[in-house]
Design a binder for this molecule. Structure first.
Ligand code: PEP
Ligand code: MG
Length: 325
């Protein structure tokens, strides 16, 4: 099967009925570009930018960030790179940001909250990303959005940075990069219909969405067995977010671990997802699933699953569904 999966690189990710599915890669380190290209991913759906300031005592400058991001974008050779602004705090520590750990880091000053509190840092990062956008297609993704206000405030910061760069005659992408929201907080998913009007795209982060919906620390071994993205509450939040994005006519991607698990491919496509971003090593096996899927059949599966309210029954339906390989 390894050889079979290897050959999959050359064939497109299309369902049996001919619908194109976009399979993209999650990336944590800049030296992974080779593996991304090798996997057959059509772009980077989630570039976790935390690597730039972890394991170092200071913050990288705007120029330093620009050099790294430009390198990634250039090596991706015209494929879209979705760059997420720093998601520090919680499980992702960054000494340079001097994050007050706070009584509960998962609920504390982290991700975009930290960016809006420290706008000097956010501005430097947005400037680096915008400058890199002159070298290839980029999307900008904002982590841990909870409110429309945060997304609007972020867009204001971005517009300020754009004006500053233009005044210095810096070349930027035309059109400017889209600005998207991570949907990974239950409250954001429940207000996805409002957020969709202010976002150019959605990326559903099922890792945090599951963690916060079920109140289960994703890094705590003692409760790992209870972490379940098939919980009906999580599925309803995903479904509502997809429907909101569809109504607002913006693209929606799933980029949590769920997207890279072949067990869930049928259900996610059945819920209306057409974009998945995952660890590079999972791209071939998910592509193989996609190519066996009939959209009408998985839409019926999703409809049936959404009527269930028992996690065990849902798991049985998911596992019992057979895809033609
Ligand atoms: C997520 O929360 O699902 C996600 C994709 O982001 P991260 O795992 O980096 O928090
Ligand atoms: Mg997350």
């Amino acid at each position: 099967t390894r050889r079979r999966l290897g050959r999959l690189k050359e064939v497109p990710a299309v369902t049996r009925d001919g619908t194109r599915i976009s399979l993209q890669a999650n990336m944590e380190l800049p030296n992974e570009v080779g593996a991304v290209l090798e996997s057959g991913a059509e772009g980077i759906g989630l570039l976790r930018s935390e690597f730039m300031f972890m394991n170092r005592p200071d913050m990288p400058s705007e120029d330093e960030q620009y050099a790294i991001l430009r390198g990634v974008v250039e090596r991706m050779g015209g494929r879209t790179v979705t760059i997420r602004t720093f998601d520090a705090g919680g499980d992702k520590l960054a000494p340079a940001l001097g994050c007050a750990i706070g009584p509960n880091p998962a609920l504390g000053l982290r991700a975009i909250r930290l960016g809006l509190a420290r706008q000097d840092l956010l501005e430097a990062q947005l400037a680096a990303i915008l400058r890199a956008s002159a070298h290839g297609p980029i999307r900008i993704l904002i982590p841990m959005i909870a409110t429309v206000g945060e997304l609007r405030a972020t867009r204001e910061v971005m517009n300020r940075v754009i004006r500053r760069l233009r005044k210095k005659d810096v070349v930027l992408a035309d059109p400017l990069p889209p600005l998207g929201a991570m949907i990974e907080i239950p409250g954001a998913a429940l207000s996805a219909d409002s957020i969709a009007w202010h976002a150019d795209f959605f990326a559903i982060g099922t890792n945090d969405l599951t963690q916060y919906t079920l109140a289960i620390d994703r890094s705590d071994e003692a409760v790992a067995h209870l972490f379940n993205p098939l919980h009906p509450a999580v599925l309803r939040l995903i479904q509502f977010s997809v429907q909101a994005a569809t109504r607002a006519r913006i693209p929606v991607c799933v980029c949590g671990e769920m997207a890279g698990d072949p067990r869930y491919t049928a259900l996610l496509l059945g819920l209306g997802i057409r974009e998945l971003s995952m660890a590079t090593s999972n791209v071939p096996v998910v592509k193989s699933q996609v190519r066996g899927i009939d959209l009408a059949a998985v839409t019926a599966l999703a409809r049936q699953i959404m009527e269930e309210n028992d996690g065990g029954r849902i798991a049985a339906l998911v596992d019992g569904f057979k895809i033609d390989g």
